[in-house]
Design a protein around this ligand. Structure first.
Ligand code: 5GP
Ligand code: SF4
Ligand code: MG
Length: 465
C-alpha cells in the first residue's frame, strides 16, 4: 500500500490526490482521502480503482476541504477469502473523547487475529475486515489524554510491519514500526509538512525531501513544527530488501540511494555471478528494466527492448485472480518480433513468484523465433511468503518453495536460468561484505525464511517457519 499526508496548505486534499497518484504503483485496487476543515469537520471519500479516475475532479476534491488531509492507496490481497468491500478501504476514522482521528496503514499486523478476538470480546464493533482497524479500537481503549499518546499505547500492542500516516484536527502524525520494515519519509512544502511512503510523491508536488521517518519513530507535525518521539523498545532495523528490488519506484530515494542505482547495481552483480554468451539483454518491463541495463553494462551484451509493454495496463501481479493474471501477461506484454528473431536472448526480470509471467514470456519469445532464452533473475528465489505487507501467495504456490533452480528452468523450458545470490543482493544494496548472517541488515524473509517478527496469526493457522 501507499500512504500520504499533508498539513499546512489550503486544499490539502489536492496535494494528497497528487501524492497518491505518484504512489499508485504501491496499490491499485482502491484509494481514499480524509480531510479536516474547522467549518465542515472531517470528510472522507473512498473509491475502487485508480486515483486519477476518482480523485482528480473538482466535484470530489471540493467535498474534501481543509488544510490537513491524509490518503491511502490499497494493494489487492490475492489470497483473500472474500472480495474487498468499500468499508475495507482506508483511511480509517475514529471519534475519541478528545476529537477525531484518521489513519492510513502500510504493512501488515501479524497478530491482528489475536487482537481482533480480544477487542471483540471487550466490546469493540469492527466495521471492516482489515487488520489495520485494530489500531483504531486499541486507541479507543487507551486511557491516554491525547491522540498521539493513544497511538503509542495502541502500537505497542501491535506486532508486524507498519508505516502509518495519521491526522487529527491539528496534527499530522507519521509512525514507523521498530524494525522500519516499510518506508516512510518526511518532506517540506513551503511552510507545510508532508509525509509519504516514498520520495517520488514529493517530486510530483514540488516538496523537498527532509529525511526518513526513523524506525521506531513517531513524528508529529503541526503549525508549530515537528516533534519526535521513540515510544518502542529499540531494535536493530530490518528494512524490506524487496523494496529495493521491486516495490519502490526507481526514482525514489531509499536509505540515501536512488532505487534506480541500486537496481542497476543488482543487474551488474547478476552479470558477474551468472555470465552467459548471448546477443541481446532484454528486460521484462517495467520491473526488470534497470537490472537489465546493469546486466548489459557489466557484460557488454547490447541492451534492447525485446518486449514492449502496453502502458495502459497495471502491474500484473496485483490483479487479484489467477485467471486475470494469466490473461494479464498477454494484455500487458508483447514481443518485438523483428528484433528477437534468430537471437540468443538474456531475459532479465526482478523476481519469479508463481512463474506465470516468466512462462508466458518464454513462450512468446520462442514463438517470435529466438534461438536461445536465458533467464537472469534480479533477486534470490522467492521461497517464502511475506507477512509484512507484500502480497506473495501461499507457500505451496511459490515455484521456488518446491523446485530447485534447475527444475524451475526446466519448468519454464528455458536454455538456462539463474537467480542472484542473497549475498549478491546485499552487495548491490551497498553492503560490501554481503549479508551478516548473525544479525542481518535487512528483512529478507521471502528469500531466506528468516522472519524478523514471528507471524503469530499464521503460525496459529498452521504455518511452519
Ligand atoms: P510471477 O509471474 O512469477 O508469479 O510473478 C513475477 C512477476 O510479478 C515479476 O515480474 C514481478 O515484477 C511481479 N511482481 C509484482 N508484485 C510482486 C510482489 O509483490 N512480489 C513479487 N515477488 N513479484 C511481484
Ligand atoms: Fe520485504 Fe520479503 Fe521481508 Fe516481505 S518478507 S518485508 S517482501 S523482504
Ligand atoms: Mg514484473
Amino acid at each position: 500500500c501507499g500512504v500520504f499526508g499533508v498539513i499546512g496548505v489550503p486544499d490539502a486534499s489536492t496535494f494528497v490526490a497528487l501524492g497518491l497518484h505518484a504512489l499508485q504503483h504501491r496499490g491499485q485496487e482502491a484509494g481514499g482521502i480524509v480531510s479536516y476543515d474547522p467549518d465542515r469537520g472531517f470528510n472522507s471519500a473512498r473509491h475502487f480503482g485508480y486515483v486519477r479516475d476518482n480523485f482528480t475532479s473538482s466535484e470530489v476534491i471540493e467535498t474534501l476541504p481543509g488544510a490537513v488531509a491524509i490518503g491511502h492507496v490499497r494493494y489487492a490481497k490475492s489470497d483473500q477469502p472474500r472480495p474487498t468491500a468499500i468499508r475495507d478501504v482506508q483511511p480509517f476514522f475514529g471519534e475519541f473523547a478528545m476529537g477525531g482521528a484518521a489513519l492510513s496503514h502500510n504493512g501488515n499486523i501479524t497478530n491482528a487475529n489475536a487482537l481482533r478476538r480480544e477487542l471483540i470480546e471487550h466490546g469493540s464493533i469492527f466495521q471492516s475486515s482489515s487488520d489495520s482497524e485494530c489500531i483504531i479500537h486499541l486507541m479507543a481503549r487507551s486511557l491516554q489524554r491525547d491522540i498521539p499518546s493513544r497511538m503509542e499505547d495502541a502500537l505497542r500492542r501491535v506486532e508486524g510491519a507498519f508505516s502509518i500516516v495519521a491526522m487529527t484536527r491539528t496534527k499530522l502524525i507519521g509512525v514507523r514500526d521498530p524494525l522500519g520494515v516499510r518506508p516512510l519519509v518526511l518532506g517540506r512544502l513551503g511552510d507545510a509538512w508532508v509525509i509519504s511512503s516514498e520520495t517520488c510523491a514529493f517530486d510530483i508536488i514540488g516538496a523537498e525531501f527532509v529525511r526518513e521517518v526513523e524506525p521506531g519513530e513517531l513524528v508529529i507535525a503541526t503549525r508549530e513544527g515537528i516533534e519526535s518521539r521513540f515510544p518502542f523498545r529499540p531494535r536493530k532495523p530490518r528494512f524490506c530488501i524487496f523494496e529495493h528490488v521491486y516495490f519502490s519506484r526507481p526514482d525514489s530515494i531509499l536509505g540515501g540511494r536512488s532505487v534506480y542505482e541500486t537496481r542497476e547495481a543488482i543487474g551488474r552483480e547478476l552479470a558477474r555471478e551468472n555470465p552467459v554468451e548471448a546477443d541481446l539483454v532484454c528486460p521484462v518491463p517495467d520491473s526488470g528494466t534497470p537490472a537489465a541495463i546493469g546486466y548489459s553494462l557489466e557484460s557488454g551484451i547490447p541492451y534492447a527492448m525485446g518486449i514492449i509493454r502496453n502502458q495502459y495496463v497495471g502491474r500484473t501481479f496485483i490483479e487479484p485472480t489467477e485467471q486475470i493474471r494469466n490473461m494479464g501477461v498477454r494484455l500487458k506484454l508483447n514481443v518485438n518480433r523483428a528484433l528477437i528473431r534468430g537471437k540468443r536472448v538474456v531475459l532479465v526480470d526482478d523476481s519469479v513468484v508463481r512463474g506465470t509471467t516468466s512462462r508466458k514470456i518464454k513462450e512468446m519469445i520462442c514463438d517470435a523465433g529466438a534461438r536461445e532464452v536465458h533467464f537472469r533473475i534480479a533477486s534470490p528465489p522467492t521461497a517464502w511468503p511475506c507477512f509484512y505487507g507484500v502480497d506473495t501467495p501461499r507457500r505451496d504456490k511459490l515455484l521456488a518453495a518446491t523446485m530447485s533452480e534447475d527444475e524451475i528452468c526446466a519448468h519454464l523450458g528455458a536454455d538456462s536460468l539463474k537467480f542472484l545470490s542473497l549475498d549478491g543482493l546485499y552487495r548491490a544494496v551497498g553492503e560490501a561484505n554481503g549479508r551478516n548472517n548473525e544479525s542481518p541488515q535487512y528483512c529478507d524473509a521471502c528469500f531466506s525464511g528468516d522472519y524478523p517478527v514471528a507471524p503469530s496469526d499464521m503460525i496459529e493457522q498452521g504455518f511452519r517457519m
